[in-house]
Design a protein around this ligand. Sequence first.
Ligand code: SF4
Length: 377
Amino acid sequence: MPAMPAPVLSPRRKTRKIKVGDVYVGGDAPVSVQSMCTTKTHDVNSTLQQIAELTAAGCDIVRVACPTQDDADALHAIARKSNIPVIADIHFQPKYVFAAIEAGCAAVRVNPGNIKKFDDQVKEIAQAAKDHGTSIRIGVNAGSLDKRLLEKYGKPTPEALVESAVWEASLFEEHGFHDFKISVKHNDPVVMVRAYEMLSERGDWPLHLGVTEAGPAFQGTIKSATAFGALLSQGIGDTIRVSLSAPPVEEVKVGIQILQALNLRPRKLEIVSCPSCGRAQVDVYELAEKVTAGLEGMEVPLRVAVMGCVVNGPGEAREADLGVASGNGKGQIFVKGEVIKTVPEKDIVETLIEEAMKIAETMEPVEGASPEVIAAS
Ligand code: SF4
């Protein structure tokens, strides 16, 4: 019998489907995960190296900065050699928008708030993008909101962010260009969530979610998970970027975990471990860490329960594919709900890893873990 799809909190909102290189965004395409290189774009080798690391971590689409002519000159080589679609991120200088399109970037992110006379150039940008099959992201950001709107609203409120985005969208649409997605980022998850909710009511544009300048890894993860969770659980959001003051691979890992937690991406390895408490009869933290490290990179949907005592241990261990309930210096090992053996505490990690490998061999790798990709013609 085919496996039932995992339940989600609400159906995806209907959005227009666009293409970013060979990855679809919006419509029925899976929510994709993006990140941004921290390398200097003109350092082609370092940038490609980082893109390769991001690709290996599961990143679907990558963005690179383009503040100088040297960076613009490097885009062609990067776009050609990258295994995932490359988006050029353009601020201030409209000439780089055209350079990125001509270089073969999959998409260009434009920030209308800080590109001088941006509105006057939408027609040419739309035409160039259309000619090259390039999509656009209209990236409105609280930190660089159009001065007009800042004066009108006093600060980057949700209404101000949405008004800016809707205005720019209308300009592209006036010129018959529809291959764009929109972001309205703010560093405050509450403002950001409200802005996206409002924006999603105004049109069927695919939306790129982001809490901008979310902070260091711990804070940024919490802010992003909270905001994305609030939106994705309403079906809002077609592609996400977790912004962390941390290596970009961490952003990808967090993004994927958020999608997996919401069943928007099939779960792979899942460690169910208890928080430990005064009843624990084993060092749960160490046990969970060692098991996680030993099973890193596993591509099958294996659920492993690591429990500190017999209160909830046997119950959780039974529900998982594999589990351990610890007590009295021993670990009861469960496979598919049955106790298969009891081992001394020192052998728990090794036994779990051994059994996990045996079960993994009988499982199919997770399918559909990546967004729908257009077949090469
Ligand atoms: S399983 Fe046992 S040790 Fe772990 S939190 Fe529950 S009661 Fe505490």
